[in-house]
Design a protein around this ligand. Structure first.
Ligand code: C2E
Ligand code: CA
Ligand code: CA
Length: 452
């Protein structure tokens, strides 16, 4: 469509050889020409597609329409003099360039949008070209091949057609893999460098309205990445076996913090998460027992059933060793992994923690209340106390209370907090007011739940 007929036309400067790369030549496509010696931090690829190509073809005829992309590439070259432009088809031009700033991509895309607001002169007539853009950015340090960059730019182009606006994506696939390797290396030093620390999340006993225990959750204060949460490094520690040193450190730290708590009048059991692989590790079991026995600390270990199923015989034997020296065993994430009633009965566990997956949806799902209710009954039949984790709302707390759940843990009561904050929390007693108020939504929820 001739959007602006007979508009002024200025002669365009032809692309230089360096800019316009013939796709059939040995140099190949724009992205192939990424300068391997470039010191820039980022490389970018923009795919610019003529969105109104079929309209142009109707007006110009097939032969002329097929070369409009050359005019488009020329206009791109004027707007981005440092970029390499390649004609990648009748409707698409590829634009490759590097920069030290990620922002350069947004700047370039904006420049192209402006450049195509002006119509193109095609054989003496003015045509507005609608250019659709999909782009990808990759950090040079992370990036191993150009395929990801092209794929991401292509995906972005598809998205931009649907969204009718330019889309840019970052290539992250490779960086995640490289991140993991770097993080695993750093982790080995993190313990020595005292970069790990513990936060504690209280568990409230509903009937007693009392905090009887806390769970220790490890965090990593990484020198360049800042706070790293356990889901991002515990799996790495398990793979590299650093989990042994990490867990022994956690036990030592918890023992010391428990002494501080006790000295301030707070007698609390501290629960520690124990990764599955450690349950069959004789050396770990010996060292953990030695630490606990020497200190006389009141600890608990949270383990998952999945970890018992790996090697049930030695896991159950080791759990009995722990239980004999006074460590309370809690079954963590119940319902989320493999469950086996046969093993459940054999475990010397005193607590069962219902996975937060069921608890966070408790008041919005029809199925989860039934699962939670039957889990509570099962645990009580096996003489275990039940902890619901992931309690975020007053309504969930009320429903759990009516179902006979013994303890709750979750953001409603407190997020995981540092030792000092925990002591303040215990002293100001606000949680007691919160749990004392359970009865308010109690009756209404109880009826809703009973009706199903
Ligand atoms: P987990 O044992 O299931 O721990 C509970 C997780 O749920 C914690 O995440 C906690 O911050 C989060 N959470 C607590 N309350 C709520 C709530 O109300 N709503 C929601 N949505 N989430 C809540 P975090 O600290 O990121 O820990 C993640 C996992 O990392 C833990 O899951 C545990 O499996 C593992 N982990 C943490 N510390 C250690 C450790 O010292 N050793 C080992 N082996 N694993 C650990
Ligand atoms: Ca846990
Ligand atoms: Ca859990």
């Amino acid at each position: 469509m001739r959007d602006i007929p007979h508009a002024q036309f200025e002669t365009s400067t032809p692309l230089t050889d360096a800019q316009l790369i013939d796709p059939d030549s040995s140099i190949g496509r724009a992205h192939d020409a990424f300068s391997k010696t470039s010191q820039a931090a980022w490389q970018f690829l923009i795919l610019a597609e003529i969105a109104n190509f079929s309209v142009l073809r109707r007006h110009l005829g097939r032969l002329r329409a097929d070369t409009v992309v050359v005019d488009v590439a020329t206009r791109i070259g004027e707007a981005l003099p440092d970029a390499r432009v390649v004609i990648a088809g009748r409707e698409v031009a590829e634009i490759a360039f590097e920069s030290n700033a990620r922002l350069a991509l947004d700047v370039a895309m904006a420049a192209l949008e402006v450049a195509f607001e002006r119509p193109l002169d095609i054989d003496g007539e003015s045509y507005v070209i609608h250019v659709q853009m999909g782009a990808a950015a990759a950090a040079v340090a992370d990036h191993r091949d150009d395929v990801h960059l092209i794929e991401e730019a292509e995906n972005a182009l598809v998205e931009s057609r649907a969204e009718r606006s330019a889309i840019a994506r970052d290539v992250t696939g490779n960086s995640v893999a490289i991140d993991r390797a770097a993080l695993a290396r750093d982790l080995a030093l993190a313990i020595e460098r005292e970069e790990l620390f513990l936060q504690y999340q209280p568990k409230v006993h509903l009937r007693r309205q009392q905090i009887t225990s806390v769970e220790a959750l490890v965090r990593w204060n990484h020198p360049t990445r800042g706070l790293v949460l356990p889901n991002d490094f515990i799996p790495l520690a398990e793979e590299s076996r650093d989990i042994v040193a990490l867990t022994l450190w956690t036990i030592r730290r918890s023992i010391a913090d428990q002494k501080t708590l006790a000295a301030n009048g707070h007698d609390l059991r501290i629960f520690i998460n124990i990764a599955g692989a450690l349950l069959a590790d004789k050396r770990f079991v010996r060292r953990a027992c030695a630490l606990v026995e020497a200190s006389g600390a009141q600890l608990g270990f949270e383990i998952t059933e999945t970890s018992v199923i790996r090697d049930p015989e030695s896991a159950i034997a080791n759990l009995k060793v722990f239980a004999e020296i006074g460590i309370v065993i809690a079954i963590d994430d119940y319902g989320a992994g493999l469950s086996s009633l046969a093993y459940l009965k054999q475990l010397p566990a005193r607590e069962l923690k219902i996975d937060k997956l069921f608890v966070t949806q408790l008041t919005s799902s029809n199925r989860d209340p039934l699962i939670v209710r039957s889990t509570i009954d099962l645990a009580h039949a096996l003489e275990m106390e039940v902890v619901a984790e992931g309690v975020e709302t007053q309504a969930a707390m009320a429903l759990l209370s009516v179902m006979g759940c013994d303890m709750i843990q979750g953001f409603l009561i407190s997020r995981p907090i540092n030792l000092e904050a925990l002591m303040h929390f215990l002293e100001d007693g606000k949680y007691q007011a919160m749990t004392a108020d359970i009865r308010a939504p109690f009756n209404r929820l109880a009826t809703v739940w009973k009706r199903g």
